[in-house]
Design a protein around this ligand. Sequence first.
Ligand SMILES: [Zn+2]
Length: 211
Amino acid sequence: MPLDPGYLLLIGEFGGRLLYHPAGATLPEKYHLWLAFEDGSSLTALTQMWGALELYQAGQERERQYVKGMRPTPVEPDFTFDAFAALIAGLLAGEKRSVKALLTQDQLLPGLGNAIAQDIMFRAGLHPKHPLSDLRAAQQRGLYDAILTTVHAAIARGGRYDEFDLYNRSGGYQRLMDSRAVGRPCPVCGAAIEKIQYLGGACYFCPRCQV
Ligand SMILES: [Zn+2]
């Protein structure tokens, strides 16, 4: 977020609530940052679990570890299938990783997190523990397509139903695979949706569709 004169507020690695308040509005009881603007409106930020709110002179934020060398997010033009396939090929030389690790670890695909990864893996028909090294070409393509389909569907609906925008409105994207889905029939094959704990978060998946 650019700020005059010549500053930039970096809101990174952030889980929480970022809200805009018109002049005269009542502020929330809790927040970690309150920015008051000259017209009386303001912005509050409340971090949950983790978050970084840092002020930089514009340009210097590029030296910040989180920003430096960051790969393109899935909504950027540089996120092509060739770049995605090259990322996977490069990872195969290192430690063994699974599909969930690719989607959620080490900012390999910045912008994705555990929640959205569940729907991506369901759409791709891939189990969270499926090894990257075993992905066939068609599965790589399917995973790439599932990332784009899921991310764009969430954006088109104003984000996930369990997240809020600057005006405190929840999004309209209903997650396919979340805690509500456990035990319910898979929308594709009817098998009961299962839950496991894996790589620091819950995974929800169809035991029949996701291999
Ligand atoms: Zn299924």
